[in-house]
Design a protein around this ligand. Structure first.
Ligand code: ZN
Length: 102
């Protein structure tokens, strides 16, 4: 609503990116975000590769960005795996960032 301009972080956490990719594939993001997602994809394969998502997501992104229809099967499958990957990634980042004293 009012001036809340999000500053793009230098290092976007993979969990956040996975989240964005999820929304993006779900069809709610615009072209600007499309670029952002693609940028992350080209710069960060491990986060997707680890979950076996790299190829599937790249295929979806390429189709989506090229205004081709995305196969619903594939879309559903990728969305489900993305959601799971994001949760795992979140847990991992929380572990790495906040080591509790003790
Ligand atoms: Zn990543």
């Amino acid at each position: 609503m009012s001036g809340g301009h999000d500053k793009p972080e230098k290092d976007t956490p993979c969990s956040e990116m996975l989240d964005q990719i999820y929304v993006y594939i779900d069809g709610e993001l615009g072209e600007g975000d499309c670029e952002q997602v693609r940028e992350h994809l080209s710069g960060c394969n491990p986060c997707l590769d680890e979950y076996g998502l790299e190829e599937a997501v790249k295929k979806l992104v390429a189709k989506h960005c090229g205004c081709d229809p995305v196969p619903l099967d594939l879309r559903d499958k990728v969305l489900g795996r993305l959601a799971r990957a994001r949760e795992e990634q979140l847990a991992r980042e929380a572990k790495a960032a906040g080591t509790p004293p003790g």
